[in-house]
Design a protein around this ligand. Structure first.
Ligand code: SF4
Length: 293
């Protein structure tokens, strides 16, 4: 079954589409609201004990769980360059700049990110952690699928659905992230599928994942923005390891103000791709096919 027609396509402009989406979401929420927590627990992003020796814990975890061997092979393709990158990451201690919920990897600021996205050779990997899929998600939570069904009252209230329905058809790879290895492998595949392009990412994840992913991601030159999730997040290695095998009883969220910032970036990117008629997107289908072996 092909992708459903995107909600944004049936409206004259971005503002109209977003307004109509939000109004419909509010209506659906009044009729049958999605399950969520009553009060945001405002958890610390990473527990103090978990933060101790986190770089080494991260490397150990990534190494031990690299079952496909794809991350390892990618790293050893350029041992000197990636090795130096890793040492630099370890010495720096922090692989990102922080701007509120945005973790910037290899990016000066959001304006720089948008400017780079607006270049004709830019490709955006936009990824959503399964931890903020609704409990009622028709595709299930711990999967890399999202049907963003136009008639579903669940998809109609889901921020992931909203973002996906706003995406342009060109130069974009939407992903629904199950594990830290999954996103690493998909980034590698995206680079291979788009030679001569700058592949940038915009992904949601818990702060712990952003720390772990950032360490190795920066070492191999991945650049983009990680969006910190709020709500019932994983902030210990134990909770993180459980979530990596689909055990995630809590609900993470993207706060409303951060949702608005994401939508503003997607808006700028959509405007930039809109002026390129006939720019087809070869990436997604190939990526899925090659990576599900
Ligand atoms: S939009 Fe996607 S992630 Fe959200 S509920 Fe629908 S299928 Fe699930």
């Amino acid at each position: 079954m092909g992708d459903p027609v995107k909600f944004w396509r049936s409206h004259d402009n971005w503002a109209q589409a977003e307004q109509a989406w939000d109004a419909r979401a509010a209506e659906l929420a009044a009729q049958a609201p999605l399950k969520t927590f009553r009060k945001n627990p405002n958890l610390p992003g990473i527990r103090p004990n978990t933060r101790r020796f986190l770089a080494w814990k991260s490397l150990s975890y990534l190494h031990r769980h690299d079952h496909s061997g794809k991350l390892r092979r990618y790293f050893w393709r350029h041992p000197l360059r990636h090795g130096i990158g890793l040492v630099k990451s370890l010495l720096r201690g922090r692989s990102y700049r922080r701007d509120d919920d945005f973790f910037l990897y290899g990016i000066v600021d959001v304006a720089d990110f948008v400017h780079r996205l607006e270049q004709p050779n830019a490709v955006l990997v936009v990824g959503f952690s399964y931890c903020h899929k609704p409990f009622e998600c028709p595709e299930g939570r711990f999967t890399d699928r999202c049907s963003h069904a136009p008639d579903s009252p669940v998809c109609g209230q889901c921020f992931i659905g909203k973002a996906v329905h706003s995406l342009p058809d060109a130069r974009v790879i939407p992903l629904f992230i199950t594990t830290v290895h999954y996103i690493g492998e998909q980034m590698i595949a995206a680079r291979a599928a788009w030679p001569g392009h700058e592949v940038l990412f915009l992904i949601t994840a818990c702060e712990l994942t952003l720390e772990m992913f950032g360490l190795v991601g920066c070492a191999v030159g991945l650049e983009g923005i990680g969006v910190r999730l709020d709500g019932q997040i994983c902030n210990t290695m134990k909770a993180f390891a459980a979530s990596e095998v689909g055990i995630k009883p809590g609900m993470a969220i993207v706060t409303e103000s951060t949702q608005a910032r994401i939508m503003a970036i997607l808006h700028a990117f959509a405007d930039a791709t809109h002026v390129e008629p006939g720019n087809a997107n070869p990436g997604r289908a190939n990526l899925i096919a090659t990576d599900r072996r």
